[in-house]
Design a protein around this ligand. Sequence first.
Ligand SMILES: CC(C)(COP(=O)(O)OP(=O)(O)OC[C@H]1O[C@@H](n2cnc3c(N)ncnc32)[C@H](O)[C@@H]1OP(=O)(O)O)[C@@H](O)C(=O)NCCC(=O)NCCS
Length: 148
Amino acid sequence: MGVAIREARSALDFEYVRRLRNANRGFLTGDARRIGLLRQLRFWLRRPPSIDLYVAELDGRRCGYLLLRRDGDTTWITEVVDARHRGRGVAQAMIRFAAARRPHLSAEILSANEASLRLHARAGFERVGAADGRERHVLAAGEASRAA
Ligand SMILES: CC(C)(COP(=O)(O)OP(=O)(O)OC[C@H]1O[C@@H](n2cnc3c(N)ncnc32)[C@H](O)[C@@H]1OP(=O)(O)O)[C@@H](O)C(=O)NCCC(=O)NCCS
């Protein structure tokens, strides 16, 4: 199985991400409001420099996205995989991809999101705190090389 991860570039990539993100917004810990076309178009045209957005592909077809947001010394990671393509190692490949590029990763995960908790624990993340039904997990620099 070949997972390819590449930068999101085209308006179609951003539209794909918008739809997948809206369909999975119940799993997100930040602003979980639906994102409309216009807002995503603005994001495509003028992406904040702190954010890198990637699309994952399986056999040449989009199957998920990875968002990395720099915040001081750490990078917040968000992975979303299309429900039809889960359980095939796509998210794990995204974490390896991110860990190979960023020395310190952080993830904010809903305490009820068992799939995500397992995913990050398996990749070497450690839980460093919890509040209001959310948990923070980090992958430190040394661990990143193990994940990669
Ligand atoms: C969480 C999510 C990204 C996992 O994507 P995925 O591509 O299916 O995950 P992988 O196939 O790479 O699985 C890697 C590991 O994660 C864990 N995992 C993945 N799905 C799981 C599930 N449904 N239940 C329990 N553990 C799960 C397993 O430990 C798995 O390894 P294993 O199969 O060898 O045991 C995906 O379910 C998803 O997009 N969920 C909705 C959005 C979301 O919650 N994103 C994370 C935001 S913090």
